[in-house]
Write a protein that binds this ligand. Sequence first.
Ligand SMILES: Nc1nc2c(c(=O)[nH]1)N[C@H]1C(S)=C(S)[C@@H](COP(=O)(O)OP(=O)(O)OC[C@H]3O[C@@H](n4cnc5c(=O)[nH]c(N)nc54)[C@H](O)[C@@H]3O)O[C@H]1N2
Ligand SMILES: Nc1nc2c(c(=O)[nH]1)N[C@H]1C(S)=C(S)[C@@H](COP(=O)(O)OP(=O)(O)OC[C@H]3O[C@@H](n4cnc5c(=O)[nH]c(N)nc54)[C@H](O)[C@@H]3O)O[C@H]1N2
Ligand code: SF4
Ligand SMILES: [Mo]
Length: 683
Amino acid sequence: MEYETVLTTCPYCGCGCKYYIEVIDGVAKDVLPCKEDPISQGKLCIKGWNAVDFVYSGDRLKTPLIKENGKFREASWDEAYGLIASKFKDIKGTHGANALGLLSSAKTTNEENYLMQKFARSVIVTNNVDHCARLCHASTVAGLAAAFGSGAMTNSTPEVEEADCILITGSNTTEQHPLIGSRIFKAKENGAKIILIDPRAIQLSKFADLHLRQRPGTDVAWINGFIHVIIEEGLADEEFITTRTENFEELKELVKDYTPERVEEITGIPKEDLVKAARMYAGADSASIIYSMGITQHTTGVDNVKSCANLSMVTGNLGKPSTGVNPLRGQNNVQGACDLGALPNVFPGYQAVVNPDFREKFEKAWGMAEKIPDNIGLTVVEMMNEAHKGNLKCIYIMGENPMISDPDITHVKEALENLDFLVVQDLFVTETAALADVVLPGTSFLEKDGTFTATDRRVQRVRKAIEPIGDSRPDWKIICELAQRMGSKGFEFKSPKEIQDEIASLTPIYGGITYDRLDELGYLQWPCPNAEHAGTVFLHKDKCSRGPGHFFAVEYKPPAELPDEKYPFTLTTGRILFHFHTGTMTRRSEKLNKEVPTGYVEINPQDAEELGIKDGEKVKVSTRRGTIDIPAYVTRKVPLKTVFIPFHFNECAANMLTNPALDPIAKIPEFKVCACKIETIGE
Ligand SMILES: Nc1nc2c(c(=O)[nH]1)N[C@H]1C(S)=C(S)[C@@H](COP(=O)(O)OP(=O)(O)OC[C@H]3O[C@@H](n4cnc5c(=O)[nH]c(N)nc54)[C@H](O)[C@@H]3O)O[C@H]1N2
Ligand SMILES: Nc1nc2c(c(=O)[nH]1)N[C@H]1C(S)=C(S)[C@@H](COP(=O)(O)OP(=O)(O)OC[C@H]3O[C@@H](n4cnc5c(=O)[nH]c(N)nc54)[C@H](O)[C@@H]3O)O[C@H]1N2
Ligand code: SF4
Ligand SMILES: [Mo]
């Protein structure tokens, strides 16, 4: 018997827990926690414990598939590559490179994301490359970059437990970032005050010193209300404002109108509670804001994020340990996918595509004959819209499942069916892959080497533990082979290590990151510009990355669609502990599936009574986009006239209902608010 343990990084959430995989005779058997890992400290959440399950699922893709007469048949890699290369060339030749779009993946490694955007920009020669960050923290990347100069978490996960006050809003931390949630408990034990601002009752409600429940989509109003109280009561940090920021006067003028009375009218938060919470936050020596999707997934997502930045700067809570603004990035490698330029507006390291110097730098480094276009490419939802209109002809999707995760999936289905050619590279025939012309089998995190970047800018190794299942291949290899098949140079990599060396040479924030250093140190947090640099624990120490921190005076704007007579309820959507996103991985784990086998709609007992709905009964939920049948979960977790649906379940898909209205800057859809109605189905 051959026994080994391989230290790797979890493929689920952005906490970035490392653990050992127990491998017996080449088969991954179990997960063993790693005490030395500074994030997990030897503890894991239930998804981590069960992370091996989906890898061996009987329906893993084992060969490429080609669709013929509406049905898939198995194909060789050679045939699949040949077909894709000729279709890509034909479409580019006939309609131009911008008729093709590529979706990269926050599930895959840094090296794979780097290659996907390199493929888009140097082989296809388009900036139409994006990924699920668009549906997630696009508002953070835009909003915090404008305020501070960097869109990343300002502090590190271990610092959470040292904060004196933690304001958590729009983050169900214990379910969605469990190993950061546990740091919040530790902070509480250490005497920290916990303020939770969330429309729903979540696990943290019981532990919070204060839980304020705002109406969904009213975050700018309560944050302006906080700042109003802080200025009125002389709690602002005048020195920080004078020496480290700009544009304060404009904000000061604007928040005059956000009296606690007016904020109560807009948000429903009692004015006494608002004042109490504002004093608690401003009174702490080190206060940290933790936020996630409840802040970002709105048509005012960027405004919400800028407001969080305002609040931290007014009180001088920035550039110190355990303070700051901490957007919790969701996917295992969404931070890395952004860092490495799988975005339509930036090259790796956030080097803007509109800047001719950066375009020239990459054209030269990649030995290109063609010029990289100077326009910003299409985002996720824009790609769907352009496909629907017939302008976008082809999409190549690696590791995303928009048929469950994009808003308004009736529209997404029509868009994808309207394409001339769709390629999907995944582990399974997902709802999206089912619509593809060619499906390519990628490998899971257990079958490849690489790196993931956790939410706190922590770059860590992913190590191969087992051989690829069937004839599947690691995504990095597939992209290299396809690029070579298309006759392109610059994809002759023999290993992910070689790819990282190219990344380091072109990406200043990753400049000092090598596999040797990662193997020695366990992790490096960017910015890490050179081989001598130890990495950066927290950002904006003596000044912000952009220079002075910029205050934005933002007015409250209501969500795009509000309840009315026809659709009287507010629908908000999100996730639960036991399942991940579109369920492709967690729903293939018996243990996780047993916990929560299907979806449900949370509805307040009083609303349920008025509508004559019993707990567990199937009801009809409709919006202007569509209708689903779904079991009712009657619970006080949701306030009156608000319902919540987790989006993991294809049989009752929340995104049949959601509103694709976008934030004008970040182009993130409003997953967190739309209007719906609920009806009983009857016997
Ligand atoms: N188990 C599990 N963990 C995950 C994931 C998963 O699918 N499953 N996904 C990962 C990913 S990619 C992400 S992005 C993160 C997301 O992690 P979270 O953002 O924590 O998760 P969500 O459930 O989307 O929403 C968070 C909270 O926003 C609140 N909320 C709703 N409307 C509003 C509002 O208008 N304002 C405010 N302030 N709050 C509101 C909800 O009540 C909820 O408690 O989780 C990551 N971790
Ligand atoms: N209604 C509603 N919708 C939402 C949200 C919400 O809160 N409400 N949240 C949004 C957010 S924050 C996010 S991040 C998105 C997530 O949206 P998606 O990224 O589309 O969802 P995932 O299920 O994570 O898709 C990942 C896919 O990659 C595959 N995969 C896993 N590992 C690998 C690999 O190594 N290689 C390859 N090739 N494939 C792999 C999986 O099988 C899966 O099909 O959903 C968004 N949609
Ligand atoms: S907290 Fe996140 S990274 Fe850690 S084990 Fe759970 S899913 Fe994996
Ligand atoms: Mo996300």
